[in-house]
Ligand binder design. Structure first.
Ligand SMILES: *Cc1c(COP(=O)(O)O)cnc(C)c1O
Length: 454
């Protein structure tokens, strides 16, 4: 009997999603209509999202049943394993207990199919034939292409140019599942053409790619839009991760003192953390950390206020930590963490002091990833290397305090498609990007005139 791997039975995936909105002492501020400054009603989202997902976006129900057809597809790889990282603990020389939930066993290799399958299902139920979306590193585009292939839906993906060029095999993966992928900014939308007219060599950003996908969906009758992170319903779908992890920690006879996830839009972090945050909100003593890149420090250096989710200012205004909707992050390897904003629910929890945030440079993160790969075997995706770095900071702190902690983190994807990133690191070519305050101040000028929170 191995003692470092904790598996639930094959029917052990939860029957419900956990909606943290039901347990918050005060609700996060509502999204606003940029034209009127008033809270938006569900009908404003109807042109781009199916009604079932809009319902989940505003739901106050604590538990929302997962439809059987969604559970059937999730069962292709769920429940995912939980490991105790004994070999990494040895390599670190720590007596802390480190556990990780591993989401790299999904077909696309990350946590993203958890919501992609649910979203494709609800679109199919409401007769949608085609879905448009954006992707950073290609993880979301491939997850949605996989999910659409399960339901016979067409999938069009706008992929951030810098990743499109550096991660060609992610595009091939999307095409293998039947999706169509173009580099963003593209010639296919007004938003894309406007950016290319100003700068033909634009490397793109998630904010721009979102503008393109939203425009595509809003201008076609047969098409809806799908977002891979940030929104409440996406975070909701990811809570299967944390609910399973709670059961698995119980099998390991352990409970975390510290829960850690990397945060780009906030969904894998929320998926693992929210079921534990529920305990924290009812009095449990626990540290919860969102780890982000120093080159895109949304939670640690961004403003908390209302901003657009996209660069072309077409989305509702979301209450969130933001670097400003035209902020273009340096081309770090963690494409999935290059987003100017953050999930309103995660921002709210950081703002109210329930969750802490930390930022790290990519070379220190990859150094940990290599040590992890050489002990645990799994090569992490670039994004969760930030979680690894945060774990090690906790380990160092525990050592300094002379205590042992139980730490749980989300290894939300493998890095098997990210060998160019590892090659960069191993050859000593990887660079860090300092982000001067002046650049942050300049980008935050885009927030001038937008409503503030509270
Ligand atoms: C997309 C992605 C992220 C960032 O998105 P979140 O919504 O913050 O989770 C992180 N890790 C991996 C592996 C991803 O694919």
């Amino acid at each position: 009997m191995p003692t470092n791997r904790f598996d639930l039975p094959s029917d052990g995936t939860p029957a419900h999603w956990y909606n943290i909105a039901a347990d918050l002492p005060e609700p996060p501020p509502p999204p606003l209509n940029p034209g009127t400054g008033e809270p938006i009603g569900p009908e404003a989202l109807a042109p781009i999202f199916p009604m079932a997902l809009i319902g989940q976006e505003v739901s106050a129900e604590r538990l929302i049943a997962i439809p059987d057809p969604v559970r059937d597809i999730l069962a292709m790889w769920r429940p995912t394993p939980l490991f105790r990282a004994e070999r990494w603990e040895q390599a670190l020389g720590t007596d802390c207990k480190i556990f990780y939930k591993y989401e790299g066993t999904s077909p696309a290799g990350s946590h993203k199919p958890n919501t992609a399958v649910a979203q494709a299902y609800y679109n199919k139920e409401e007769g949608v034939e085609r879905i448009a979306t954006e992707t950073g590193a290609g993880q979301w585009g491939s997850a949605l292409s996989f999910a659409c292939s399960q339901f016979g839906i067409e999938c069009k993906v706008y992929m951030v140019r810098v990743s499109y060029d550096s991660k060609p095999y992610r595009r091939t993966l999307m095409e293998t599942w039947g999706g169509t992928c173009v580099a963003s900014p593209s010639e296919d939308t007004n938003a894309g053409r406007a950016i290319l007219a100003a700068d033909p060599n634009a490397t793109g950003s998630l904010g721009i790619a979102i503008s393109e996908a939203v425009e595509d969906a809003a201008t076609r009758e047969d098409t809806k839009y799908s977002l891979g992170s940030v929104l409440n319903h996406v975070l909701l779908h990811q809570t299967v991760v944390g609910q399973e992890a709670r059961d698995q920690m119980e099998m390991a006879d352990a409970y975390p003192d510290v829960v850690i996830g990397c945060a780009g839009g906030g969904s894998n972090f929320a998926g693992l953390a929210f079921p534990f945050v529920a305990d924290k909100l009812s009095g449990k003593d626990m540290t919860v950390i969102a780890a982000e890149p120093a080159a895109c420090p949304t939670l640690t250096r961004g403003a908390y206020g209302y901003d657009f989710g996209d660069t072309a200012m077409t989305t509702p205004l979301l209450p969130m930590h933001t670097l400003g909707h035209d902020f273009i992050p340096a081309p770090i390897h963690s494409g999935g963490l290059r987003y100017h904003g953050m999930a309103p629910l995660v921002s709210h929890l950081v703002h109210t002091g329930v969750v802490e945030a930390r930022a790290y440079h990519q070379t220190e993160c990859f150094a940990e990833a290599v040590r992890f790969a050489r002990s645990e075997g799994i090569v992490p995706a670039p994004e969760p290397t930030h979680a690894l770095r945060a774990v090690v900071e906790q380990v160092e702190q525990a050592r300094a305090e002379g205590v042992s902690k139980t730490i749980l983190f989300n290894l939300c994807g493998h890095g098997n498609f990210d060998m160019a990133s590892y090659e960069d690191y191993l050859s000593g070519r990887m660079t860090d990007y300092e982000l001067p305050q002046a650049e942050i101040d300049e980008a935050s000028e885009a927030l001038a005139g937008l409503p503030t929170v509270g």
